[in-house]
Design a protein around this ligand. Structure first.
Ligand code: 13P
Length: 249
C-alpha cells in the first residue's frame, strides 16, 4: 500500500519570518491525516521549520544537496549538513536546477547515491519533458532516459525508497496543468520503466507524484488517478489555506 504524499516546494520564496508565520498558520489547519505532508524550503529556513513541525508529522525537505562529504565547493551544502538539521527529504534534479544550474543526470545520480547510502533523507527525484519535446511526441523517451540515467547503479532496495515527481516543464508555474489523463499516462510510464529496470515489487513501492500547477481546484481529480500517489506543489504551497486544501484533497 502506497501512502499518498503531498509535498510543497517553496523554491526561492519566504524569509525566516514568513516561514515561521506559515508554519504557525499551517499547524492550526493541519490535523494528522493518512496523507504524508512535507515542505521543501530554502536552506536557511530549514532549521526553523524542523523546530516548528516537531511532533506534528509534517516533514521538512531541502531542495538540493552536494554529493561530496565536504570540500572546496563554494556555495554548496552537504548531505551531512542536512542530516544535522534533521530534514526528512531532499528534492533532486528539479527542472529549474537542470535548466539554470547545470544539473545533469550524472550529478543527479551521484546525489541520489549519497542520500540513499549515507543518510535516511528520502530523495524526491524530479523528471519531466519540456514543451518542444512534448510537441515532438518525445515525452516518453525523454522521461524514461532520464530515469535510466538517474537510477544508474542503484540497488532495488535503494530504488524502492525513492519518491519520483513527474513534472512536465511546460506545466510548471504556467497555470497550464497536464490533464489528469496526461499525468496518469506519464506516471504509469515512470512505474513501468522502474519495473523494467528492477521488478514489479520495486515499482509497486515507489511513490510517484505529479507536479505542475497543482492547486486546490484540480488536486482531487489528479489524486484520484490510479498511478498518481501524490503531488509536488510549487506556488500553491506558499499559502497555508491553499496547501491544506490540497493535503486534504
Ligand atoms: P507550480 O506548482 O508553481 O507550477 O510548481 C511546480 C513545481 O515546480 C514543484 O516542484
Amino acid at each position: 500500500m502506497r501512502i499518498p504524499f503531498i509535498a510543497g516546494n517553496w523554491k526561492m520564496y519566504k524569509n525566516k519570518k514568513e516561514a515561521i508565520e506559515f508554519a504557525e498558520a499551517f499547524k492550526k489547519l493541519y490535523y494528522d491525516t493518512d496523507v504524508k505532508t512535507a515542505i521543501c524550503a530554502p536552506f536557511t529556513q530549514l532549521d526553523v521549520l524542523v523546530e516548528a513541525f516537531k511532533g506534528t508529522g509534517i516533514g521538512v525537505g531541502a531542495q538540493n544537496c552536494h554529493f561530496e562529504d565536504e570540500g572546496a565547493f563554494t556555495g554548496e551544502v552537504s548531505v551531512g549538513m542536512l542530516k544535522e538539521i534533521g530534514v526528512d527529504y531532499c528534492v533532486i534534479g528539479h527542472s529549474e536546477r537542470r535548466q539554470y544550474f547545470a544539473e545533469t543526470d550524472e550529478t543527479v545520480n551521484l546525489k541520489l547515491k549519497k542520500l540513499l547510502r549515507d543518510s535516511e533523507i528520502i530523495p524526491i527525484l524530479c523528471v519531466g519533458e519540456n514543451l518542444d519535446q512534448r510537441e515532438a511526441g518525445q515525452e516518453k523517451d525523454i522521461v524514461s532516459a532520464q530515469l535510466k540515467a538517474d537510477f544508474e547503479g542503484l540497488t532495488k532496495e535503494e530504488a524502492a525508497k525513492l519518491v519520483i515527481a513527474y513534472e512536465p516543464i511546460w506545466a510548471i508555474g504556467t497555470g497550464k496543468t497536464a490533464t489528469p489523463d496526461q499525468a496518469e499516462e506519464m506516471c504509469a510510464l515512470v512505474r513501468k520503466t522502474i519495473e523494467e529496470m528492477y521488478d514489479e515489487e520495486t515499482c509497486d513501492k515507489v511513490i510517484i507524484q505529479y507536479g505542475g500547477s497543482v492547486k486546490p481546484e484540480n488536486a482531487t481529480e489528479i489524486m484520484n488517478m490510479d498511478e498518481i500517489d501524490g503531488a509536488l506543489v510549487g506556488g500553491a504551497s506558499l499559502v497555508p489555506e491553499k496547501f491544506i486544501e490540497i493535503v486534504n484533497f
